[in-house]
Design a protein around this ligand. Structure first.
Ligand SMILES: [Zn+2]
Length: 266
């Protein structure tokens, strides 16, 4: 296994490099040192300088404290509110200030103003990259609307099945005004897991974070998010948090923020 041994060698080098850093803080000696104190003649002949000649070690730099949680994840009004099956919207019937979606859309789509601005930038970037823009087919849903959608699923499939597909009222990201369901302007693979394999789906998965969006329900992580793969569902959290999550290498907000998994309503 040459690849493995090469990895092991690289890892060993990395460990050496790290331990070298850690073991060798080496306080930099002041180049001039302490000026020698000359004992001036005094009536007391035993007088000697009390100045010590040993150099004062420079304080070892403290490791930086863990970054504070910079985001309000609890308040429904926060752009970083985390809503899942274990975390209802706060308050459950929260209703945000909304504006009409500016980019291609089905009609009557509403989002928070910050989301609309980000969607404009996202649409332009995707268009420039792959020649196809972003189309929004679902966005804000009120508590009342979510209630009727959820009840419809329950009536048709039963509660257990409904809970895998539709959020209970007060638990939907769509009620925050920060979530949108999108497809490319060509409309290919609308509301389908196949969207994840299309050019827009792949571009969004790789780049949406640059405009503050995350693909909220990634493939295979329903044990954490509570939802099956939805490559079309984007959640706006702001560029800072989206970037931090992407850089951390985890795919869910729950993992990045150290929140418990939310596979069900508990
Ligand atoms: Zn959605």
């Amino acid at each position: 296994m040459p690849d493995l041994s090469r990895r092991a060698a690289l890892a060993a080098v990395a460990v050496l490099a790290l331990s070298a850093c850690a073991a060798d803080p080496e306080p930099s000696p002041s180049p001039s040192g302490e000026p020698a104190t000359t004992a001036t003649p005094t009536p007391t002949p035993r007088a000697t300088s009390s100045r010590s000649s040993s150099p004062t070690p420079e304080p070892t730099p403290e490791p930086p404290p863990p970054p504070p949680l910079e985001w309000d994840i609890d308040s429904g009004a926060s752009l970083q509110a985390i809503v899942n099956k274990r975390r209802p919207l706060n308050p459950p019937d929260y209703a945000p200030q909304l504006v009409a979606v500016s980019i291609s859309q089905d009609g009557d789509e509403l989002v928070r103003p910050e989301v609309d601005a980000a969607l404009v930038a996202l649409d332009q970037a995707q268009r420039a990259a792959i020649g196809e823009g972003v189309h929004v087919f679902s966005s804000y849903r009120s508590y009342a609307t979510q209630s009727s959608i959820y009840q419809g699923f329950v009536n048709q499939y039963g509660q257990a099945e409904a809970d895998t597909t539709s959020a209970r009222p007060g638990h939907s990201e769509h009620q925050t005004g920060l979530a949108v369901d999108v497809v490319g302007t060509s409309g290919v693979a609308r509301l389908s897991v196949a969207f994840g394999g299309t050019a827009p789906g792949q571009w969004l998965a790789a780049n949406a974070w640059q405009h503050g969006f995350v693909v909220r329900y990634p493939n295979g992580l329903e044990g954490i998010t509570g939802y099956e793969y939805e490559p079309w569902h984007l959640r706006f959290v702001g560029v800072e948090l989206a970037t931090a999550m992407t850089q951390s290498g985890v795919q869910t907000l729950e993992e990045h923020l150290g929140l418990p998994a939310a596979p069900d309503y508990g």
